[in-house]
Design a protein around this ligand. Structure first.
Ligand code: FE2
Ligand code: FE2
Length: 162
């Protein structure tokens, strides 16, 4: 069983993960329009992962006898200045999600909710990876931004993400 407070904060996290999927899909669409198919592929994959994150919370709350309440998903930004802005916003967004996961963890600690802590451990590790990946990507995009040729090569490289 989880507390009402934990149920509420996890429901909010489901919404944040769904929003993340929307946000990345919106970026992918903008990138497709600009023929950056590799980067678009990367963000489509990213969006899928965010849906999986939402489902992990969905399943956990159900398993723990909680009730899922699905709220409206905020409309994401629909157009972006350039590839650099997209990765910059992505890194900022991942930092925001990390903070959000940390807040849930802090509540679990406060409530001696060891089951939730164990479930959240996966997300703590995942966020280290997510932030690291975006940070690295942003650095590469910033370097490539100075030369169209380099940007095209980077786009092709991002298209290879499994
Ligand atoms: Fe996520
Ligand atoms: Fe993420």
């Amino acid at each position: 069983m989880i507390s009402k407070k934990m149920e509420k904060i996890m429901n909010e996290q489901i919404n944040k993960e769904m929003y993340s999927a929307y946000f990345y899909l919106s970026m992918a669409t903008d990138l497709r329009e600009k023929y950056f198919d590799g980067f678009a592929h990367f963000f489509e994959h990213q969006a899928q992962e965010e849906m999986e994150h939402a489902m992990k919370f969905y399943e956990y709350v159900n398993e723990q006898g909680g009730r899922i309440i699905l709220e409206a998903i905020e409309k994401p930004q629909t157009s972006f200045k350039d590839v650099e802005e997209i990765f910059d916003l992505s890194l900022k967004h991942e930092k925001f999600v990390t903070q959000s996961i940390n807040d849930i963890y802090a509540l679990a600690v406060k409530e001696n909710d060891f089951a939730s802590m164990q479930m959240l451990d996966w997300f703590i590790k995942e966020q280290i990876e997510e932030e690291g990946n975006m940070d690295k990507a942003l650095h590469m995009v910033r370097m490539a931004a100075k030369a169209p040729h380099a940007m095209m090569m980077l786009d092709a490289q991002f298209g290879k993400r499994e």
